[in-house]
Design a protein around this ligand. Structure first.
Ligand SMILES: Cc1cc2nc3c(=O)[nH]c(=O)nc-3n(C[C@H](O)[C@H](O)[C@H](O)COP(=O)(O)OP(=O)(O)OC[C@H]3O[C@@H](n4cnc5c(N)ncnc54)[C@H](O)[C@@H]3O)c2cc1C
Length: 415
């Protein structure tokens, strides 16, 4: 019997277990999946928790429920990968593998920024990229009386690069609804030279920031958080004061990647961007946020990657060459507040464009334009996530590679 081991039972690992269980011959392959936690979180829901739009129950479920029969589920911490020996050390046992899929994701590393974990952490400084952070921020916002709200990104890449902007837009609607928008001054601070990583999209988003009176500070490379002055300070001594700081700390791959000597300086694993095979070890494949591929770190991207990777695992087991197929396809809703959202669709080479999705002319979703339909699409994604995406059920009309049908290539990338 040969062993295929999946490390991490988050979005990507769970999808891979579901895809592969029906495709690998059961008499030849034993599939195992390892994760340290019992709970599977719907991370896109962390955006809505602080604003009391989602409840705790809507964003978490028992992870094992999504692991198919026939896959060996191991709830343990992964200590080290030994690629030269084809072994994985867990807290109290060692597993052998013939094929390894690394799906250990990325997480926030607030300790990377001086002063971030100082006396104001979880008092006036919060993250919403963790379940605990999003809940603590929700409790803070419920009684906050207003002041300077700074929404800040430390450095790229981060998972779901649109989430901080969505946070700023939702904050605008939240305070309007509470009748206290005039008491809140919102500033969006980014290390990028514009609102988003994709210049064509930045144009649409800048307009929305202006409309909602959200100030933007670009090219801000944070050096430290000054807890006494309540300010973030950059390398040219520029200071931005805050009463409430909502920050996206540095995102990094898990420490197990560093301990195993498999990652770059942010613990992301060098991965072939079209096949998803590790650059260094031919029987190791990488998916989702754990890779260093230049695609967005998003569940939708992991979903498209999972389809290509499943085919490639099967090809690899049969000794055929891999498909160089994954094109960096990302399909993301950007919540813009007041029950509207934008939709963007892009890949490694193609910037987001106008048009309709998934059908040419019919839509019903509009690309790069705010609409109520898109907002419903964003909310529907939670149901799709729990009921289709994790289970590896194809989402009708949404292909793994970017389709050019219905797209209008009319915008140039200027800010
Ligand atoms: C606030 C927020 C909003 C988002 N919004 C969207 C959105 O709107 N649309 C979208 O597509 N995506 C969104 N995302 C991104 C999406 O959630 C991630 O890209 C996706 O979950 C990545 O899946 P993954 O399997 O690679 O990693 P994860 O789902 O994070 O899974 C990694 C798993 O590995 C396990 N693991 C790691 N190290 C170890 C270890 N040493 N031992 C044992 N287990 C280990 C972890 O416990 C975890 O379960 C959002 C994310 C956040 C934080």
């Amino acid at each position: 019997m040969k062993n295929l081991i999946i490390l991490g039972a988050g979005t990507s690992g769970t999808m891979m277990a579901n895809h592969l269980v029906s495709k690998l011959p059961k008499k030849e392959w034993q599939i195992s999946i390892v994760d340290q936690y019992k709970t599977h979180y719907y991370q896109p829901g962390f955006l809505f928790l602080p604003f009391d739009i989602y409840t705790e129950e809507q964003v978490k479920k028992v992870g094992k429920k999504f692991i198919p029969k026939g896959v060996n589920y191991i709830q343990k911490k992964i200590e080290k990968i030994l690629p030269e020996k084809n072994k994985v050390e867990l807290e109290d046992e060692t597993l052998d593998y013939d094929i390894l899929i690394v799906a250990t994701g990325s997480k926030i590393a607030p300790g990377e920024t001086d002063g971030l974990l100082g006396p104001l952490w979880k008092k006036d400084i919060f993250d919403f990229y963790t379940y605990e952070g999003a809940l603590a921020l929700r409790n803070k916002l419920r009684d906050w009386e207003g002041g300077k709200l700074v929404v800040h990104i430390t450095e790229m890449p981060i998972k779901c690069p649109v989430a901080p902007l969505e946070f700023a837009f939702l904050a605008d609607s939240y305070f309007k609804k509470k009748g206290m928008r005039d008491k809140v001054d919102i500033t969006y601070v980014t290390p990028l030279d514009g609102a988003f990583t994709k210049p064509t999209c930045t144009k649409a988003l800048n307009y929305l920031l202006q409309e909602k009176q959200i100030k933007i500070e670009t090219d801000f490379a944070i050096m430290e958080v000054d807890n006494d002055k309540k300010a973030i300070v950059d390398y040219v001594d520029k200071e931005i004061p805050f009463d409430l700081l909502v920050t996206i700390p540095t995102n990094m791959g898990d420490e197990v990647i560093e301990r195993s000597g498999l990652g770059d300086d942010l613990n992301f694993i060098p991965t072939h961007k079209h096949t998803l095979q590790s650059r260094e070890h031919e029987n190791i494949f990488v998916i989702g946020d754990a890779t260093n591929v230049p695609a967005s770190k998003a569940g939708s991207v992991a979903h498209f990657q999972a389809e290509t990777l499943t085919d490639n695992i099967i090809l690899y087991t049969k000794g055929y060459s891999l498909k160089e197929e994954f094109d960096g396809h990302a399909n993301c809703f950007i919540e813009t507040g007041e029950n509207k959202a934008l939709l963007i669709d892009f890949n490694y080479d193609q910037e987001p464009v106008h048009g309709t999705f998934p059908f040419a002319k019919i839509g019903p979703l509009k690309l790069l334009k705010e609409s109520v339909f898109n907002h419903w699409g964003k909310l529907a994604f939670r149901w799709i996530y729990w009921n289709m995406l994790l289970k590896g059920i194809p989402i009708p009309f949404v292909g793994r590679n970017m389709s050019f049908k219905g797209k209008i290539f009319d915008i140039k990338a200027n800010k």
